[in-house]
Design a protein around this ligand. Structure first.
Ligand code: NAD
Length: 403
């Protein structure tokens, strides 16, 4: 399907950076928000993003030409000839319901609607329209004009044509567009959640300190350590996501109590100038470990009488421990056919900036070694490390590669 006219609904963090991704490829965008003030905020953000591109070498003329491709509106009535809409409004099912009902009313019958939701069901969102076959998830990563991945998620009723159109649109933005079946947190954030949580459990159990955990993660595969990343994204967001994953997947995603304490003490990370690390109020740069963390850890330890027992049978910390739950979850995803095996590592590398994806890590360790490490951690720490049945089958089948 030829896409000539795109609309982005919601001019916040994601909507404005998604718009920049479109105009960078010469695709005109209607940017819509609830009122003029919100639209103006979105436009100001687009101007800021374009300015930073000019500072990095783009010509002013080019920036002006791109900026001219954005048309702002507060009215759905402008959407009658739009072919493709990306919804990026607040993560609230009632708000999304109203937006999708309005889109259904005002857009042409052939228009496709994509939601940038991080956690809501695409099938449910589709059900708010009379065109569930033309509703799909397109999960961009923040900042959307820079991050290379978009997950394309069909709902139960989404047609193949809609999926193909969304994938080719993602590709025309220069992104890796990966088909991901509908599951809570989709692919990348599901795997990320297991790794982020394990970092916290390592800290809680005294297996390693804050800087040691971050260094270990960066040494193995990551561009930034999990605790520094938690500070960037905010402990409040982290807690909400952790609770959601726990509710959807159960015990292996049990949120580490450190998060709850951080939120209680308003140590949310960079936005409150303190989290795992302390931040300089003027430069906003990291100034070292946050002394307030020892109080948090003491509180959590006092609350968790069992921790002492766990520590006594704890294993010596190895950097791989941070990644074992992610690797195991990757095998669960393959088992559930959440994505094609060949897409999994590229999606993780593009979405998180990993140098090595979890499946490559598993094969580098050797699948048999990887399984025995997971089993050893399962004995010591329980459910978070229950080995994925597919990994066991690969080992029993003497496979050395994953396909
Ligand atoms: P945001 O709060 O920055 O922006 C939301 C925008 O939606 C606001 O400008 C708000 O005025 C607008 N809005 C609210 N109700 C509306 C309505 N009825 N009609 C039109 N506009 C309306 O939020 P965000 O961080 O940009 O997130 C938007 C979506 O993207 C959410 O579904 C979120 O889960 C998802 N997402 C966010 C990130 C992220 O890192 N921020 C990453 C991936 C996906």
């Amino acid at each position: 399907m030829q896409i000539n006219r795109v609309a982005v609904v919601g001019a916040g963090t994601m909507g404005s950076s998604i718009s920049v991704a479109f105009i960078a490829k010469g695709i005109p965008v209607f940017l819509m928000d609830i009122n003029q003030e919100q639209v103006d905020k979105g436009l100001a953000n687009i101007d800021r993003l374009l300015k930073s591109r000019v500072d990095k070498g783009m010509s002013k003329k080019e920036a002006e030409a791109q900026r001219a491709l954005v048309e702002a509106t507060t009215e759905y009535s402008r959407f009658s000839d739009v072919d493709f809409v990306i919804e990026a409004v607040a993560e609230n099912i009632d708000i999304k319901k109203k937006v999708f009902q309005s889109l259904d009313e005002f857009c042409g019958v052939d228009a496709i609607f994509a939601s940038n939701t991080s956690s809501l069901s695409i099938t449910q969102i589709g059900s708010f329209t009379r065109r569930a076959d033309k509703v799909v998830g397109m999960h961009f990563f923040n900042p959307a004009h820079l991050m290379k991945l978009v997950e394309v998620i069909p709902g139960l009723e989404t047609s193949q044509d809609t999926v193909h159109t969304a994938i080719s649109l993602g590709q025309s933005l220069g992104k890796l567009a990966v088909r991901v079946e509908e599951c809570a947190s989709f692919l990348v954030n599901r795997l990320l959640g297991r790794y982020m949580n394990e970092a916290l459990w390592c800290l809680l159990e005294g297996a390693c300190d804050i800087e040691g955990i971050d260094k270990a993660a960066c040494d193995v595969a990551m561009p930034i350590g999990p605790l520094a990343l938690r500070d960037m994204n905010g402990a409040d967001i982290g807690l909400a996501v952790a609770k959601f994953n726990f509710q959807e997947y159960g015990e292996r995603f049990a949120p580490c109590p450190i998060l709850e304490q951080l939120v209680k003490k308003n140590l949310l990370g960079q936005k409150t100038m303190g989290g795992f690390y302390a931040y300089d109020r003027e430069t906003r740069k990291r100034s070292g470990a946050n002394p307030a963390m020892s109080e948090i850890l003491n509180t959590v330890h006092a609350d968790q009488k069992k921790v002492k027992d766990k520590q006594s049978k704890g294993l010596e910390f190895k950097p791989e421990r941070l990644f074992l739950p992610m690797i195991n979850e990757a095998f669960l995803c393959l088992q559930e056919r959440i994505c094609a095996p060949e897409d999994l590592d590229p999606a993780l590398c593009a979405g998180l900036g990993m140098r090595t994806g979890p499946l490559a890590m598993a094969t580098q360790l050797g699948l048999e070694t990887c399984l025995s490490m997971i089993e050893e951690h399962f004995d010591a720490y329980g459910e978070r490390f229950r080995p994925a049945p597919l990994l066991k089958r690969y080992v029993w089948g003497k496979r050395t590669t994953i396909s």
